[in-house]
Design a protein around this ligand. Structure first.
Ligand code: 5GP
Length: 126
């Protein structure tokens, strides 16, 4: 079954310039900006500019150029935020998808969180 992308989602509006954002990095195929409700001293969202719902959608259908750009954008953000190893102390990277992933915004975004110990990955038991 095909993925359905909602062009009215909030990140699509950010990409169209209809809503402001605090940009960290802007590349040909990706945009990184600060989360409006940060959960850590450093909380940046990295999104592809293309209409992809989730990471699995992006990984399956994005072009090689988009995938390379997005991956490198994540690396650049981690470096720019001072989180990347070996200089920084590390980070948590999260990509929620769908209902069970508790994804609120249906445009692929990777959360990069750091600046403090992030705790165990999942608190509830399986
Ligand atoms: P999700 O639960 O979909 O993985 O995370 C969505 C994230 O988007 C949340 O952390 C939320 O704070 C952030 N967010 C929602 N609306 C906006 C917005 O208008 N601007 C920014 N910068 N972040 C937003």
């Amino acid at each position: 079954m095909a993925y359905t992308y909602d062009p009215q989602n909030i990140f699509a509006k950010i990409l169209r310039g209809e809503i402001p954002n605090d940009t960290v990095l802007d590349t040909e195929y990706s945009l990184a900006f600060r989360d409006i409700q940060p959960q850590a001293p450093s909380h940046v969202l990295v999104i592809p500019k293309g209409p992809y719902v989730s990471y699995d959608h992006f990984a399956a259908e994005a072009s090689d150029a988009e995938i390379v750009d997005f991956t490198r954008a994540i690396s650049e953000v981690c470096k720019a935020e001072g989180l990347a190893l070996p200089v920084g102390e590390g980070f948590r990277m999260i990509a929620n998808a769908g209902a069970h992933g508790v994804q609120d915004v249906p445009h692929l975004h990777v959360h990069i969180l750091g600046g403090r110990p992030m705790g165990r990955m999942v608190s509830q038991q399986a």
